[in-house]
Design a protein around this ligand. Structure first.
Ligand SMILES: Nc1nc2c(ncn2[C@@H]2O[C@H](COP(=O)(O)OP(=O)(O)O)[C@@H](O)[C@H]2O)c(=O)[nH]1
Ligand SMILES: [Mg+2]
Length: 219
């Protein structure tokens, strides 16, 4: 939920999309300015926060980077429920990832917050020679479904800051007539984090012996 006070907006943002599409890489590029060719796959989900200053407001994103695997699907609502924004990521070099992105769009349309600002990111735009999904096809799909669309590259950083800025720009601003005190702080982040920790504990138990460690950064 976007919570607003004195032009400071807290916005929960969730990344959804197929495993390997580059969700974690996009977050890492945006939050830390880094990229790894061999990004560890995400177990459960990882949390990050990043603040952006716009002309009229400061937006603090609480970013939930989810795992793309089917076996974690049932956890997804916990991350997109109450989210003010979502980035649905696919990899321009695989049509399967684009089809999976469409499934996420449908799920959010059915079950997500109807005012959610949703972006479609065609990632790995640097791999033009391996492209399978045209920008035009994705743009048309995005327009038909009320999303905004950008092709990104976590590797070269193209459009990465831009997509987060565009989301920040589109978040609803305080409306004094409906909200005279300027306070809409109904969300309880600590409780949510506690729930998240509990889920991660369960996931860790399920993954004893799995290779690679999760970057579960709880800050
Ligand atoms: N060439 C290229 N590779 C990328 C890009 N983004 C991610 N990758 C690579 O794709 C793989 C999967 O990325 P990851 O962020 O783990 O995907 P996730 O499962 O969606 O979180 C990793 O090897 C990344 O280095 C990109 O924009 N361009
Ligand atoms: Mg990941």
């Amino acid at each position: 939920m976007a919570t607003i006070g004195n032009n400071n907006i807290n916005a929960k943002l969730v990344l959804l999309g197929d495993m390997g599409a580059g969700k974690s890489s996009l977050v890492l590029r945006f939050v830390k300015g880094q990229f790894f060719e061999f990004q560890e796959s995400t177990i459960g989900a990882a949390f990050f926060s990043q603040t952006l200053a716009l002309n009229d407001a400061t937006v603090k994103f609480e970013i939930w980077d989810t795992a793309g695997q089917e076996r974690y699907h049932s956890l997804a609502p916990m991350y997109y429920r109450g989210a003010a924004a979502a980035i649905i990521v696919y990899d321009i070099t695989t049509t399967e990832s684009f089809e999976r992105a469409k499934k996420w769009v449908q799920e959010l349309q059915k079950q997500g917050n109807p005012n959610m600002v949703t972006a479609l990111a065609g990632n790995k735009a640097d791999l033009e020679d391996k492209r399978k999904v045209t920008a035009e096809e994705a743009r048309t799909y995005a327009e038909e479904n009320g999303l905004f669309f950008m092709e990104t590259s976590a590797k070269t950083a193209i459009n990465v800051n831009d997509i987060f800025y565009e989301i920040a720009r589109r978040l609803p601003r305080a409306q004094p007539a409906q909200n005279p005190t300027g306070m809409v702080l109904a969300d309880r982040p600590t409780e949510r984090l506690r729930l998240h920790h509990a889920v991660l504990r369960v996931l860790k138990l399920n993954h004893l012996g799995a290779t690679g460690s999760a970057r579960q950064q709880m800050s």
